[in-house]
Design a protein around this ligand. Sequence first.
Ligand code: NAD
Length: 508
Amino acid sequence: MSNHITSDPPSRRTPEPVHPEHAAAPGVHRHLNLIAGQWVPPSGGAYYSIRNPARPGECLGEFANSTAADVAAAVGAAAGAASAWADTPAPQRGAILSRLAQLLDDSRDELARIVTLEQGKALGEAAGEVGRAAAEARFMAGEAARPVGSTYPSERAGLSCQTVAEPLGVVATISPWNFPVVTPVRKIAPALAWGNTVVFKPAMLTPWSAVYLMHLLDRAGLPPGVVNLITGSGSVAGEALIHDARVGGISFTGSTDVGRRIYEGAARRLARVQLELGGKNPAVVFDCEDLDGAAREIVAAAFLCSGQRCTAISRVIVSDDQAEALAGRIVDYVSRIKVGDGLDPETTMGPLVSHGQLRSVAQYVRDGIASGCPTLAGGRALTEDPERDGYYHAPTVFDRVPADSPLALEEIFGPVLPILRVHSFEDAIAIANSTRYGLAASLFTSRLGYVHDFSRRVQAGMIHINHGTASQAHVPFGGVKESGQGAYSIGHTASEFYTNVKAVYVRW
Ligand code: NAD
């Protein structure tokens, strides 16, 4: 299959037309916005192209560069579809999500290939992401039919008291580029289960998976206008979306800085937010009998998706007496990572998503080397000419990193793992809590006392004992401090964002 050919699956009734008046370059497919069930060109007539990070010379397609007017039309479509969708019996909404889950499973190979092409991650990882999205959609299909309200004893005879959960109405979902399938599904599936309509804006770098997802929703039987897709920039399309007064809630996953900006804007009009933001996730290793197992888990959690995961282990905090042995094992596992084009079945780590991301990571690494931190592995970009040969960076491990180094404090979002050596478990906990983030944290130990201490005292939304920072498809997911705000996503807690509580008193 040529990489230039769109492999969107057949839709039921919303074929994506090629507009001859907006023809793309030969062999390049031009994708449009989806508004009220129709594929429509952007009102300004502007498009942008995306490139394969493994071979940036290869254009993967052109996508609508949407204007504020396009966003307003999409929100209008979602608002128009809201009451009919809210009135659709919840089990019917769940049945559509069940079909979506099945379609995701059935299209796993094709969609995974698109994810690898536009995002860069290894094909096996991409397939795992699609499978995970199917599992989350399936869980939410069930949620649609589960109880959402409560009944209360009444103070007065002849009066009943209950609470019901109502949809917010129109929800904006804004996603980053690192998980272009599972993050949108994590937002859209619960929105639909609890009766909301959606305007979805994917990251600029990964809109192709989003277009594909729209086709799957259509084939699953979703009525027109219930989910609308707007592609384009955060500064134009994203800003227009978050400030539209018809949007009742904003579910955003991305950087802490943009999340803060969205929170401020939403506060002005008292719109609800669900913010899933950055992380600097520690793995603490103390009195650990299975250092090899710890190293294996740490390396997998640190370098999956080339380290571009919000929950990636991005610093190791280890006791002095185990540091040498652990570092040796970490380096051994890192040496087995095969960097290359994600489509190559041998590859276990793909390129970074963009040249900008590569530059940023390479700068952190150069600064780390200049500051005198010993480099145990990697330490450089792998291509002389990234625009020609791909945005590759070697998996990199630094040792003896000081706790106040940018390597230890800042979210690098790349394949870079700093090791910090400490004298005491107290120091380990203090350093674990010393960043502005609080997303995920791992502890590798054989001492039960440390398990309790760590789980209680480490400031993080998710704690993992003796395994890497891997979440599951039905367990609440989120962060504290500057890693998140609002209801945790995944599982039942998502209802706190996607529904309003209404108290109903009935006298008979
Ligand atoms: P980003 O914040 O730059 O962009 C995220 C999304 O927001 C994109 O769709 C972007 O177009 C949009 N956006 C940008 N500016 C906007 C604005 N002013 N108004 C509205 N929308 C705007 O993040 P990114 O670079 O795409 O992703 C990487 C970041 O995402 C990292 O910080 C990572 O930790 C975080 N992340 C967090 C989680 C989590 O669950 N906590 C998961 C994945 C990624």
